[in-house]
Design a protein around this ligand. Sequence first.
Ligand code: GLN
Length: 535
Amino acid sequence: MSKKNTKYIFVTGGVTSSLGKGIVSASLGLLLKSRGYNVTIQKLDPYINIDPGTLNPYEHGECYVTEDGAETDLDLGHYERFLNSRTSQNNNVTTGRIYQTVIEKERKGDFLGKTVQVIPHITNEIKRRITILSKQNYDIIITEIGGTVGDIESLPYIESVRQLKWELGEKNSIVIHLTLLPYLSSSGELKTKPSQHSVRALMEDGVAADILVCRTEHKISKEIRAKLAQFCNVGIQNVIECMDMETIYEVPLYLQKQDFDDVVLKELGLKNEKKADLKDWKNFLKKYSNPKKSIEVALVGKYVSLQDSYKSIAESFIHAGADQETEVKIRWIYSGDVTEDNTEELFDGIDGMLIAPGFGDRGIEGKIISAKYAREHEIPLLGICLGMQIMTIEFARNVIGLEKANSMEFDTSTPDPVIALMADQKNVVDKGGTMRLGAWKCTLKAGSALSEIYGARNISERHRHRYEFNSEYKEQFEKQGLAPSGFNPDTGLVETIELKDHPFYIGVQYHPEYKSTVAAPHPLFIAFVKACTKK
Ligand code: GLN
């Protein structure tokens, strides 16, 4: 099935959702990569949406975008940040996408009159999506299965794992089951029964767990380990404890201490004497935990009630902060709360401001007021995507004097559409997958602040938006000092703006946060943290 002897690791979850399968998968990926394996991680999501692009961030957190323009689950962000490698369209698949493919094939007559069924047609498509990654010559593919064992939606995935385990043969695939050990404070006990039940639920679907990873708030005693091993059919060394950590970046080290990666390799029949070298990782953690300075950044956005909506931005601050040995505290500001009268109070004592990406007109005026405040008070401001558009609107209204300037996203009849719909977007009606997505080139002006920051003039960054800086207004902006400084070399579209005579007032149409990793913190975030420290 695979080109070479690719090994497969399936990560399932039991008892509850949100146990951190993504972090455990990313941590394992890092450990294996550090031992010399070429590893990738994939997420299978059991919902019917074709991709998470159309999901509400309040419910589902951030939509993460890959180089090749896939709108994906936020777990892919963790994979990239931990492994410092790129994911793609193939790394995130939903039930919707699986069914879409099968139904399209059915309409073309590809099934030659057969009745199209969950088994084998849907499961075949799931298996194809899993094994397709082996074409890219990975040694190990980790597939995280979203949802919880026992859910109706998860069944076709578990069935596909069952089939694959047989087809791939012994030692070529394993199942890691992540489960929760609840703690009963009244009796002072960790309980194993829910885990036993969820392992049994997995068995009822024909899949045995090879390794148990137990989320717990307390250390697991020898007795509990033995009990779990006995009831769940795994060796005692295959019961791995995963306590709550101060930061997600400690998880790989914590798992390594229990020889998690050795246990995994043994189950996969791989002999490897090389230990994972996590020197750089530890160095990052040391800097992160012992900051010499501290800054506070106001993050102005409308989804702040679910901070996962800005996951990559928050993580980028952690990477850049550690790099600069600076603690970056985030003050979450709901843009709908900001008025002309409360800026002093809301932004009291901040060292910098970030205006977040977003969609729709709620909270827009609050963001415009925030941008004005940062501009007038010389507070370092980084505007990302919608944030850059806001900076443009604010400047047009308050400096250029175009009082009714707006984005066509919020006011289609504005006399001054300083942010406008691109020509190729005008006739688009479908919402899903139709934005300007993925990596695009950008050429920075010689001598611009951004070309300094990047140390390069030709860069590439990821996008996710429909609207653009309206180039018809370019000269007016330049004349007043908010100059476009980065352009797409093929279309001439404005990608970045920066204000003269301000410590740091930079807006970018792209999303730098998608490319920041532990091993390679993003230069723009580093520069922003530096500017805030100076403030
Ligand atoms: N809503 C804006 C657009 O579509 C900005 C999108 C974003 O911030 N990601 O252009």
